[in-house]
Design a protein around this ligand. Structure first.
Ligand code: G3H
Ligand code: 13P
Ligand code: ZN
Length: 311
């Protein structure tokens, strides 16, 4: 199967009350772990690449790894640029085979965000590529953009209609209390997402696909393995899975997950190396990390997103 855009998968997800997982990829083992899980569960999938991933692995390597995954797994896969910071990186990914890009103008003033996003949409649509925009700012690290928790700005429902009308975006990322990374809430703090804001946005944008970034749950099982095998991730806390299930049933059609894959990979690698100091064959530890990534993605698809059997 060839790469697809997200148009069809979002429509089905919206109508079916489930969400598509958008998983970040950085190397072969991560691509394999994710796509094997989705392939076995017959789930549609979004593989996303950040600017950092392109810097690390090289655009061509990542595209070719995803093409290999398409040969090995008969499921619809969209290849998406995560947090495109400017027109040039979006253009480079559009020209380089991606089927979806995010232009993240959320840190710009409203009108500048619109102008930048509109320009990307115009180019992307002329090439058959879809675009995700963002309104509101998440706490945590968005690629090179660092937003502190106090500065996180929830999306204003009053702005969404004008933003979508004037830009022509195909989906919209919103800020309702999620954040990037493995430390989303302070110890003792009650995790909270602003579902009231999501509801208001949905009223203003009926049948429009919403995207949730910063949606890792930070499995305490993997945190414990990391801690017990020489790591230091005390107080890592994520979004409770019940909240993500609630989001997946709503207008949220795309749920972004990266940190959970990093934790799964790191737990596997640490476990092997910490307990077997003589191991120096990368395959010995990477295969355990890859198996963990696969297990995490299978769990998300079946138990949280509900996209199994929807390919
Ligand atoms: O939103 C951020 C993603 O987790 C990507 O992170 O820029 O370190 O690749 P990265
Ligand atoms: P997490 O850090 O919660 O996995 O979020 C990833 C993300 O939003 C990528 O865009
Ligand atoms: Zn993000």
């Amino acid at each position: 199967m060839a790469l697809v855009t997200t148009t069809e998968m979002f429509k089905k997800a919206y109508d079916g009350g489930y969400a598509i997982g958008a998983f970040n990829v950085n190397n072969m083992e991560i691509v394999q772990g994710i796509t094997e899980a989705a392939g076995e569960l017959n789930s549609p999938l979004i593989l996303q690449v950040s600017a950092g991933a392109r810097k690390y692995a090289n655009h061509t390597y990542l595209v070719k790894l995803v093409e290999a995954a398409l040969i090995e797994n008969d499921i619809p896969i969209a290849l998406h640029l995560d947090h495109g910071a400017d027109f040039d990186i979006c253009k480079s990914c559009i020209d380089g085979g991606f089927t979806s890009v995010m232009i993240d103008g959320s840190h710009h003033p409203f009108d500048e965000n619109i102008e930048l996003t509109r320009r990307v949409v115009e180019y992307a649509h002329s090439k058959g590529v879809v675009v995700e925009g963002e309104l509101g700012q998440l706490a945590g690290v968005e690629d090179d953009v660092n937003v502190s928790a106090e500065d996180a700005k929830y999306t204003h429902p009053d702005e969404v209609e004008e933003f979508v009308d004037r830009t022509g975006v195909d989906s919209l990322a919103i800020a309702i209390g999620t954040s990037h990374g493995a430390f989303k809430f302070k110890p003792g703090q009650k995790p909270m997402l602003r579902f009231d804001i999501l509801e208001e946005i949905t009223k203003r944008l009926p049948n429009f696909p919403i995207v949730l970034h910063g949606a890792s749950s930070v499995s305490q099982e993997y945190v414990k393995i990391i801690q017990e095998n020489g790591g230091n991730l005390a107080d890592a806390i994520g979004i409770p899975e019940d909240m993500l299930r609630q989001a997946a049933r709503s207008a949220v059609c795309k749920i972004n997950i990266d940190s959970d894959l990093r934790l799964a990979m790191t737990a596997g690698v640490r476990q092997v190396l910490w307990n077997n100091p003589a191991v120096f064959d990368p395959r010995e530890y990477l295969k355990v990390g890859r198996a963990n990534v696969k297990a995490v993605v299978a769990h998300k698809i079946k138990e949280v997103l509900g996209s199994d059997g929807k390919a």
